[in-house]
Design a protein around this ligand. Sequence first.
Ligand SMILES: [Zn+2]
Length: 168
Amino acid sequence: MVIETNKVVVVHYTLTQDTAEGEQIESTHGSEPLAFIYGVGMMIPDFESQLEGLKAGDTFAFGIEAANAYGEYDENALVEVPKNMFESDGKIPDGLLDIGNVLPLTDQQGNHFQGKVAWVGLDKVKLDFNHPMAGVNLYFTGNVESVRDAEPAELEHGHVHGAGGHHH
Ligand SMILES: [Zn+2]
């Protein structure tokens, strides 16, 4: 059985920056493999197209440029906001606005998102809303553990059940 739309694909991979020899970003080795439904928009499109047609036991190695992964780093995604919006009881909690801190935020529509503290001034703060992986060229090496048909319930839920997926 080969990887195609609506198959549950289970892979082990190591993600590095730029090349196979680059700095390691993450790896599934030593933990649960990645399990996903192929062709339903769960994954980066270029990641999927590189795996198409592979079968259990096959290996892969390919790069995806930042623009086709999490996007280029966008200077316009650095936003200056008043410091006092982080006050509670008239005081900014200690350590909240340390550079590099990732703050969970909610907009007026109730959407949750994250901003990283990039700069702190006297009464203003610059938050970075770029994806943490923005501007990073990805390189994947790995192997296909298994390929199977997705269960109807998995297609309905839009996620994998069992090993490497949701347990419910
Ligand atoms: Zn489910």
